[in-house]
Design a protein around this ligand. Structure first.
Ligand code: FES
Length: 252
């Protein structure tokens, strides 16, 4: 298919957002995916033309990052984290169950075009392992049963929400947001869940604070030695606090 004048204008708009137009290539490729459902040869050539790059240079970028897809993606890109922690917590079992349930392999799409299944690497959400992602929204603490219910609901067209709140939209809609065209829903859901904030609440309870920043050290004339001293002092305070706690537990 040929890009519409509107899409061509949006691709040029993205390139115009950057002092060096070629810096816009990544979001431009997301826009191509939002329109065509994958990175096509025409998409590569159009981006190259706008940015005055060669198709080979654009292709090199599009084939390097796993978020860019050369095969058509379904309405929902369902990723199962099978990195170490999620794998041992059930990620491998979830992936195996979904492969059987959907009758697809890794990086394959169901016959109805609804679900593309893929392995994903650690998404820095290990405190909620095993995690899945649908179009890059988190689904925390999943099981094989919750995962099959999830994909069944998506295929049935039901409204489904991330375990962190936001309503799941389609992959093409997500790609448009990643291209830099907001859908107005950026504030849906929390910035961080309770499990990710446990360390912060413990630090607050115990009065722990971060060592001085570089700016503070430069402003008050202190250098690396005093920062090391502050860090050591913080470590000592923490050790003393833990020792006091342990003694308290032993004594009582
Ligand atoms: S190992 Fe799965 S989110 Fe880190």
């Amino acid at each position: 298919m040929s890009f519409t004048q509107e899409t061509l204008a949006e691709l040029r708009e993205i390139a115009g957002r950057y002092p060096q137009p070629r810096s816009g290539l990544l979001p431009m490729l997301h826009l191509v995916q939002s329109v065509e459902g994958r990175i096509t040869s025409e998409g590569i050539e159009t981006c190259a033309d706008i940015l005055d790059l060669s198709p080979a240079e654009v292709s090199g970028v599009a084939t390097f990052y796993t978020m860019y897809k050369r095969k058509p993606v379904g309405d929902y890109l369902v990723g199962v984290c099978t990195n170490t922690l999620c794998a041992v917590m059930g990620g491998d079992a979830i992936f195996d169950r979904l492969k059987d349930h959907l009758d697809v392999g890794n990086d394959e799409t169901t016959a109805d075009g609804k679900i593309t299944l893929e392995h994903i690497e650690c998404n820095a959400a290990c405190d909620y392992a095993p995690v899945m992602m649908v179009n890059w929204e988190f689904l925390d603490n999943q099981t094989p049963e919750s995962a099959t219910q999830l994909v069944d609901d998506l295929r049935a067209g039901k409204e489904v929400h991330s375990t962190r709140g936001p309503k799941l939209c389609t992959w093409r809609e997500t790609e448009r947001v990643l291209a830099g065209f907001p859908d107005g829903r950026v504030d849906e859901g929390p910035a961080a869940g309770p499990a990710s904030l446990v360390g912060l609440s413990i630090a607050r309870e115990r009065g722990w604070t971060a060592p001085d920043t570089d700016e503070t050290a430069a402003a008050d004339g202190t250098g690396a030695e005093s920062k090391v001293g502050a860090a050591e002092q913080a470590d000592t305070s923490r050790a003393e606090s833990e020792t006091t706690q342990e003694e308290g537990q032993k004594n009582g």
